[in-house]
Design a binder for this molecule. Structure first.
Ligand code: 5AD
Length: 440
């Protein structure tokens, strides 16, 4: 099984290709010199990665065909749901109905969602989010790999285990060859097509070296690269874009600027958001989001984070619970509201534009082994696999006890595939937009 399946280009308009996956049409941006209707391509994250021969594509597709329809049916059965006859506060039902009609929710609506305390009502929010995920993305699920290339960091984020506060942490920096090998082995052995390269800020590599890593990775593999190296200026962003990076992962962490400054002394939310806006203007796909449950953060702040993200044109909204790390200034603060983080994920699905991908992040999974499943049935349509070599993985200690910290890639994949299959999810590119096949 591979982590993306090929689709057939149905039509092309400028940089947008419409791609047919067994009758489902998805949109993706393409930059290939020669691409024509009838060509087979792999796409990831709404981006065409490469062309494949008809023979190769047809052999993968014929192996997939039966499975694809079985998966679709499983997902459909899990997702069908009607709000009628559900016992709930009429105000809540109105808001959920509004969301299922594709209408924008207001902050007042979001307040109603977040303030639910009854289990049945919270479950209704989760089910509506899952229904919308199915409506918008069908059973497509993105599987991205992440390589954490260095844990050196100059920042002083109060919550983060690799920040400069942590004097006890052994620091590492993978060599260029190690990074290129980790990516290439995941691409060759498991068919990964999308990679996040992440590190602490000012991780010991200069921008030219990071650009070299990206171009070497791109030379060896047809893939989509997301960079996550912290804040950078326009020149650096342009250099990495020229080297082949096409996505930027950078959470704004909290949209409450006073809280941001408290948790990041000497830094500002405005400056951080500047990097995100610049990257968007350059042409990067934006992955951003926030932490949930930070000390001093209110429910209103968390809700505002979703609306704040909406303004940043996110391709993906990434959130996760704050988890206490003993060697940080927030060592004494314990995350206590698991429900809140799932509420945030589900509310994000209801509030953000339909094309936004929502991952179940590793911090969710660290909460409990069931969280990945819970996230996937509460609005999420993406999962991560950690490709950092095992000898370094534990040292990328953002928080203690990180899920998958000692699991070989092959084990993570086995578990991921089993979970996705049990839910009827397929590793199809979710694309920028799903178009109803009946409209063609
Ligand atoms: N708990 C949860 N998430 C954390 N991150 C950093 N430290 C923690 C923590 N203690 C997240 C931040 C950062 C991402 C790489 O990891 O949101 O952007």
């Amino acid at each position: 099984m591979c982590y993306a399946i090929p689709g057939k280009v149905q039509s092309i308009e400028g940089r947008i290709a419409l791609i047919n996956y067994f009758g489902e049409i998805k949109r993706a941006v393409h930059e290939l010199a020669l691409l024509a209707p009838g060509d087979y391509v792999y796409a990831q994250g709404g981006y065409v990665i490469n062309k494949v021969s008809a023979a190769e594509a047809e052999s993968v597709l014929s192996a997939w065909k039966e499975m694809f329809f079985t998966l679709q049916e499983t997902d459909r059965v899990y997702s069908v749901f009607s709000l009628a006859n559900q016992p709930a506060d009429p105000r809540l039902k109105n808001i959920l109905n509004k969301a299922t009609e594709g209408k924008d929710l207001t902050p007042e609506d979001a307040r109603v969602l977040f303030s639910r305390e009854k289990t049945e009502e919270i479950n209704l929010v989760f089910k509506t989010a899952n229904y919308l995920r199915h409506q918008y993305h069908k059973n497509a699920c993105c599987v991205h790999g992440i390589v954490e290339l260095s844990n050196y960091c100059r920042r002083n984020c109060f919550y983060c285990g690799i920040s400069s506060y942590n004097k006890e942490l052994e620091r590492y920096r993978m060599s260029m060859d190690e990074v290129v090998d980790a990516v290439s082995s995941a691409a060759n052995n498991y068919g990964f097509k999308a990679f996040v390269l992440q590190s602490g800020e000012d991780c010991g590599y200069g921008i030219d070296e990071l650009a070299e890593i990206i171009s070497r990775v791109k030379k060896r593999n047809d893939c989509f690269i997301v960079i996550s190296f912290g804040e950078m200026d326009e020149g650096a962003l342009r250099k990495l874009f020229a080297a082949g990076a096409r996505g930027l992962l950078m959470r704004f962490e909290t949209s409450n600027s006073a809280l941001y400054e408290k948790l990041h002394p000497g830094y500002s939310l405005g400056k951080r958001v500047e990097t995100i806006k610049l990257a968007y203007e350059i042409g990067y796909m934006i992955i951003t989001g926030s932490l949930v449950g930070l000390p001093g953060q209110s429910q209103e702040d968390i809700m505002n984070d979703i609306f704040f993200a909406r303004e940043l044109h996110p391709e993906m909204f990434s959130c996760g619970p704050f988890l206490r790390h003993p060697n940080t200034p927030l060592a004494g603060d314990i995350f206590s509201d698991e429900q809140l983080v799932f509420k945030t994920l589900a509310a994000a699905r209801l509030i953000l534009p339909r094309e936004v991908t929502i991952p179940v992040t590793t911090a969710f999974e660290t909460l409990s082994p069931r969280s990945r499943l819970q996230g996937l049935i509460s609005g999420a349509n993406s999962v991560m696999v950690n490709l950092t070599p095992l000898k370094y993985r534990k040292l990328y200690s953002l928080y203690p006890g990180r899920a998958h910290d000692d699991e070989d890639v092959s084990i993570q994949i086995k578990e991921t595939v089993a979970l996705l299959q049990s839910l009827g999810r397929a590793p199809v590119d979710p694309g920028n937009e799903t178009i109803d096949k009946n409209s063609f």
